[in-house]
Each structure stands twice: as structure tokens, then as C-alpha cells.
Ligand binder design. Structure first.
Ligand code: FES
Length: 83
């Protein structure tokens, strides 16, 4: 099972939270032993800055992602995909 997480690294999303979100994702994947199974990539600005910070997981887009919602998203996504 592999998953792809894409994190917008455009300046708006990065400054509004994706710098910290990226670290949180890396910590989450490492703590679950998932870092080898998940492809983590950065994206350029996708012209949705007003909805940012933007992240997508396996094609599902999440907007206004802060650290609290990000953990919920990761928990749900990776719990569901492991069952
Ligand atoms: S910087 Fe992320 S959508 Fe523009």
C-alpha cells in the first residue's frame, strides 16, 4: 500500500502553515513506520492560495489545513487504508 501526499510549497501556503505541516507529516510517518510507504512531494503554487495551506492525499484535496486538522486527516486516512 503506497500513498502520495502532496504539500503545496508555494510561498503563500508555506508561510501560512505548510512549513510546519510538512514537519508534522514527516514526524507522523516516521512514528507510524510509514515513511517508506508514502511518497511525500512538494507542489508549486496551484493558484488556490486563498484556500491555503493546501495539501492533497491520494488525490483528495484539503484546504485551510492547520496542525490540528492535519493530524485528524492523517489519522483518518492512514487508519482507513490499513484496515
Ligand atoms: S501557494 Fe499554495 S496555492 Fe498558492
Amino acid at each position: 500500500m503506497t500513498a502520495t501526499i502532496k504539500v503545496c510549497m508555494g510561498s503563500s501556503c508555506f508561510a501560512r502553515g505548510n512549513n510546519k505541516n510538512l514537519q508534522l507529516i514527516q514526524q507522523f510517518l516516521e512514528s507510524r513506520g510509514l515513511d517508506g510507504e508514502v511518497e511525500l512531494t512538494g507542489l508549486r503554487c496551484c493558484d488556490k492560495c486563498s484556500k491555503g495551506p493546501n495539501i492533497s492525499i491520494d488525490g483528495t484535496e484539503y484546504n485551510n489545513v492547520d496542525q490540528g486538522t492535519l493530524l485528524d486527516i492523517l489519522e483518518k486516512h492512514f487508519k482507513a487504508s490499513q484496515e
